[in-house]
Design a protein around this ligand. Structure first.
Ligand SMILES: [Zn+2]
Ligand SMILES: [Zn+2]
Length: 139
C-alpha cells in the first residue's frame, strides 16, 4: 500500500474526496499487518477523531479497494478484514478462537487443479487459509 501522502495525491487525481478523516484511515492502515476489521478501524480512528462515522470508514476502505490499494478479505472470522499488503502474494493463518490473522509469505509449489477438475475454468489466483489456534489460544 502507498504512503498516506501518496494516497492523498492518488485520491485527488481520481477525483475522490480527501478529508482529515480519510487521511486518518490511510495512516491507520500503514504497515498494519493485523488485518483489521472495518469496525476496529472505526474504533481506532474515533479515538483520535471523534467526529468520524462508520460510513466514512466503509467508504474509504471501499475506495482504497477499488484502487487496488487494499484487499478486503472474508477469512471466515465473521467480519471482513482489510489487508493493506497488496504488494506481496501471500496466504493466511487464521485463529478460529480469537480471529487473529497472520500473513504467510510462502509459495505452495505444485498446488494446482488438474484440468479434468477445472473443466475449462481458468485459475488466476490461489488463496490458502490455514485455520487453527494462535500461540495465545493454544495455551
Ligand atoms: Zn487466537
Ligand atoms: Zn494478509
Amino acid at each position: 500500500m502507498k504512503t498516506a501522502d501518496e494516497l492523498t495525491n492518488l485520491f485527488r487525481e481520481q477525483g475522490l474526496r480527501v478529508t482529515p478523516q480519510r487521511q486518518a484511515i490511510f495512516r491507520l492502515l500503514q504497515a498494519n499487518d493485523t488485518h483489521p476489521t472495518v469496525e476496529s478501524l472505526y474504533d481506532r480512528a474515533r479515538a483520535e477523531m471523534p467526529t468520524i462515522s462508520l460510513k466514512t470508514v466503509y467508504q474509504t476502505v471501499h475506495d482504497l479497494a477499488a484502487l487496488g490499494e487494499v484487499h478486503v478479505l472474508d477469512l471466515g472470522t465473521g467480519s471482513l478484514r482489510v489487508d493493506p499488503n497488496v504488494e506481496d502474494d501471500h496466504h493466511h493463518l487464521v485463529c478460529t478462537s480469537c480471529g487473529r490473522v497472520r500473513d504467510l509469505p510462502l509459495e505452495f509449489a505444485g498446488l494446482q487443479v488438474p484440468s479434468r477438475h477445472r473443466r475449462g475454468f481458468t485459475v488466476d489466483d490461489v488463496q490458502v487459509i490455514f485455520r487453527g489456534r494462535c500461540e495465545e489460544c493454544s495455551n
